[in-house]
Design a protein around this ligand. Structure first.
Ligand code: 5GP
Ligand code: ZN
Length: 135
C-alpha cells in the first residue's frame, strides 16, 4: 500500500468513503465530487497507476464490478444508461494515480458532454498508424 495514495487509504479503511460494493480485490465508492447522481469509482484494492501496469485479471475484476453496479443502479436509482471511463496518465487527465474506473450514470438532457468528439485539428493517416501497430 502507498501511504500517500488516497485510494490506498480508502481501500485500507483509513479514510472514509461511501462504499457501495466490495469484494476481496475490488472496491466501489461514491466520487466525492460527483458529476452526476450516482457517480462512482471502482478501484482494485492493490495499487496500480494505470491501464499499462494493472494486471489483466485485476482489470477484469474492476470491469466485473462496474457491470454489477450498472445493474444495481438500474434497480435502485432507475438509471440504466452510463459512461464508463478511465483515465491513465496526466495527459489523459488522470488526477489520482491509483487505477480507477468512473461509472457515470446518465440521463437524457443532463447537460454533460463526456464522450468523444470530432477533432478537426488532427491530421493523421490511419493507415500509417495501423502499420505501426500491427507491424
Ligand atoms: P481522475 O481525474 O483521476 O480520473 O479522477 C479522480 C476522481 O477521484 C475525481 O472525480 C475526484 O472527485 C475523486 N476523488 C479524489 N479524491 C477523493 C476522495 O478522497 N474520496 C472520493 N470519494 N473521491 C475522490
Ligand atoms: Zn494507491
Amino acid at each position: 500500500m502507498a501511504s500517500d495514495c488516497i485510494f490506498c487509504r480508502i481501500a485500507a479503511g483509513e479514510v472514509d468513503a461511501l462504499v457501495v460494493a466490495e469484494d476481496d480485490r475490488t472496491m466501489a465508492f461514491l466520487d466525492s465530487s460527483p458529476i452526476s447522481e450516482g457517480h462512482t469509482l471502482v478501484i482494485p484494492k492493490a495499487h496500480y497507476k494505470g491501464i499499462v501496469d494493472i494486471p489483466e485479471e485485476e482489470a477484469a475484476g474492476v470491469m466485473t464490478m462496474a457491470k454489477r453496479l450498472a445493474m444495481l443502479y438500474e434497480n435502485r436509482l432507475g438509471i440504466g444508461e452510463f459512461n464508463v471511463m478511465q483515465s491513465s496518465g496526466k495527459a489523459a487527465g488522470q488526477t489520482v494515480f491509483h487505477f480507477h474506473m468512473h461509472i457515470v450514470p446518465r440521463r437524457t438532457d443532463d447537460g454533460l458532454s463526456l464522450w468523444l468528439h470530432k477533432n478537426e485539428r488532427l491530421r493523421t493517416d490511419i493507415r500509417e498508424v495501423y502499420r505501426k501497430i500491427v507491424g
